[in-house]
Design a protein around this ligand. Structure first.
Ligand code: SF4
Length: 607
């Protein structure tokens, strides 16, 4: 099949058996690739109620039909598994150079199953595929290990690696690659650690078949030309995602002190402009990217370097924990990367613990003697280390904010900022109903990238609760994740306003199949509903309550900043859900109806 590697690699870590099978044609047709493959194989192969950290859970690593080809940003790789953080569906996207090598090795997906009795790494050099001993790498940081493996095998080998966080079972451990790119959310690194798989090393030299070479060349060139001529390119390249930090602060969307406010008095010290001026030393992009948003930074005070921080990290390890210094935020970013834990969840759990401390719910006895107040940078660094090693208070926080708050109680559940157990990413949503609904209904928990709607809220009226807003969220949820299905970056469409129709001839020339965006959105709808079925199947009592946001957003208006006194009323939260379920074709409890499943061709899979 043109555009595909052609094979699925199955690695059983219990037995050490490695097999290849052809990528099934019907799965390519209905689920296309990337996140679609992940959702399909997860639902079909992981047994009901599997322990996320047991050998029955699987990690499905997938490229898409655009991956590794000369299409802007065609370096996205999807990691899917049952989440140890939420107990539901986890899918995390990794940029960099990994997925291109996967395709050049002839692979569309790797399915990791079982669990090794001892630390190993997976070595792939074209057709030579082996599990090798990783005892000497176990316990080491991600950047350290990536450097070691690249020195051993050569620069052309790409490495995805976990750190102590994944080894020690931190529920939000990441998988790191290219010294600063992560599959960060949902604990994909935790599951890799539970399988005792330290790293995957991959290099390939095989060709990817293309149906119409001249058409592909023309369509690819048209996309690159559009990127190069985009009005927003210069600013995007200068600041990357940090471009939104000052805007979020101004409109009250910057998470501040555990989301108790949306504006930060120290904001200007962590703005993208400040970062560019003070610490950025160069730009860095993923495979085939004409608009590199990665920033490489130097922290002179600490004599260290890091790729980052990007906006989400600035929000969560800056304002959300009261830290008003970009160099400190960058250093916290580096610690999380090296230890292999997600910066967003880390900022979420630390922000919650700081609020507990300020309210007297946690004390110095719990922290081991230090003052866990907002703005205490050293406390942030210490807690990151303790979380990764699951020591002292870190052992509690390593379970994620939902479980930690359930253990601590005393009303702390009310300010545990998550949906379905995933810590909310860096948009304060006290009065931004579209973004609030986006978090409530996101397929992995409170993550922003499926339907980023905060600017839309501001455009149409942030407090409005109307069917048009709900329709917009559903459209975004069906459409945006399709980039993760195709294996390319969405940010050229989002940030440079590249006409999405330019991708259609490229996809057709590569695969030989004509697909419009309407066809792709229907596949997006199918995948969305399939992942909803996974949540329902895996969690007794799953239903409407699981889609509620943190009470802070409907009970407790901020007392400072531009959103002071503003809130979304609980009855409006419920109205949003009624409209959402109705428009999705789900029951009032949030279950896809038999008619919806039939329409999407999911009837037999769900039966
Ligand atoms: Fe990677 Fe950023 Fe380029 Fe997207 S825009 S491909 S995330 S560097």
């Amino acid at each position: 099949m043109n555009g595909y590697g052609g094979s699925i690699l199955r690695v059983n870590l219990t037995t050490g058996k490695i097999t290849k099978e052809p990528t099934p044609a019907d799965v390519m047709r209905d689920y296309i690739g990337g996140r679609g493959f992940g959702a399909y194989f997860l639902y079909k192969e992981v047994p009901r109620h599997a322990d996320p950290l047991g050998p029955e859970n699987k990690i499905i690593i997938s490229s898409g039909p655009l991956s590794g080809l000369m299409i802007p940003g065609a370096g996205k790789c999807d990691f899917t598994c049952k989440s140890p953080l939420t107990g539901g569906y986890a899918s995390s996207s990794l940029g960099g150079l990994f997925t291109a090598e996967l395709k050049y090795a002839g692979l569309d997906s790797i399915i990791l199953e079982g669990a090794s009795p001892k630390p190993v790494y997976l070595f792939i050099d074209d057709k030579k595929i082996e599990l090798r001993d990783a005892s000497a790498l176990w316990g080491k940081g991600t950047i350290t290990v990536e450097k070691e493996l690249k020195e051993k095998f050569g620069e052309e080998f790409q490495v995805a690696v976990i750190g102590p966080g994944g080894e020690n079972g931190v529920s939000f451990a990441s998988i790191n690659h290219d010294f600063g790119r992560q599959a960060g959310r949902g604990g994909v690194g935790t599951v890799m650690g539970s399988k005792k798989l330290k790293a995957i090393v991959v290099h390939g030299t095989q060709e990817i078949g293309v149906a119409d070479l001249e058409g592909y060349r023309k369509a690819g060139m048209a996309l690159f030309k559009a990127c190069k001529e985009a009005a927003g390119l210069k600013d995007w390249q200068t600041y990357g995602t940090t471009i939104v930090t000052s805007w979020c602060d101004e409109v009250g969307a910057l998470p501040t002190r555990n989301f108790s406010a949306g504006s930060f008095e120290g904001g200007k010290h962590i703005y993208g402009q400040t970062m560019r001026e003070k610490i950025v030393i160069t730009d860095k992009g993923c495979f085939g990217c004409p608009s590199p948003c990665g920033k490489y930074s130097r922290m002179s005070r600490y004599n260290t370097n890091v790729e980052g921080p990007e906006y989400e990290t600035i929000g969560m390890l800056g304002s959300n924990v009261g830290v008003a210094d970009i160099e400190d935020v960058a250093q916290a970013n580096l610690l999380c990367d090296e230890l292999g834990i997600d910066t967003i969840s880390a900022g979420g759990v630390i922000g919650w613990a700081m609020e507990c401390f300020e309210k007297g719910i946690l004390t110095k006895e719990d922290t081991g003697g230090f003052e866990l107040k907002f703005g205490n940078t050293q406390a942030v660094f210490t807690l990151i280390e303790k979380i990764a090693r699951r020591e002292g208070l870190g052992a509690l926080l390593a379970q994620g904010v939902k479980k930690a708050a359930a253990k601590v109680g005393q009303g702390s559940e009310k300010f545990a900022i998550h949906v379905k157990g995933m810590e909310q990413s860096a948009y304060a949503t006290h009065n931004a109903t579209a973004m609030l609904l986006a978090y409530m209904t996101c397929d992995v928990g409170a993550h922003h990238n499926r339907s980023w709607a905060i600017t839309y809220d501001l455009q149409v009226g942030r407090e409005l609760v109307v069917p048009e807003k709900v329709a917009r969220i559903i459209w975004l949820q069906n459409f945006r994740p399709m980039f993760d299905v195709l294996g390319a970056c969405r940010l050229q469409w989002v940030e440079l306003s590249i006409d999405r129709d330019l991708y259609v001839p490229a996809l057709e020339a590569i695969t030989g199949l004509h697909r419009t965006w309407e066809d792709l959105e229907k596949a997006g709808d199918r995948i969305w509903n399939l992942t909803r079925l996974f949540w329902i199947r895996e969690n007794e009592g799953f239903g409407r309550d699981w889609d509620l946001p943190a009470p802070r957003f409907y009970e407790e208006p901020p007392t400072s900043g531009v959103t002071a006194g503003q809130i979304t009323r609980f009855e409006d939260v419920q109205k949003l859900l009624d409209m959402y379920y109705g428009q999705r074709g789900w029951s009032p409890d949030g279950f896809p109806t038999p008619e919806t499943l039939e329409r999407l061709g999911l009837g037999s899979l769900a039966a």
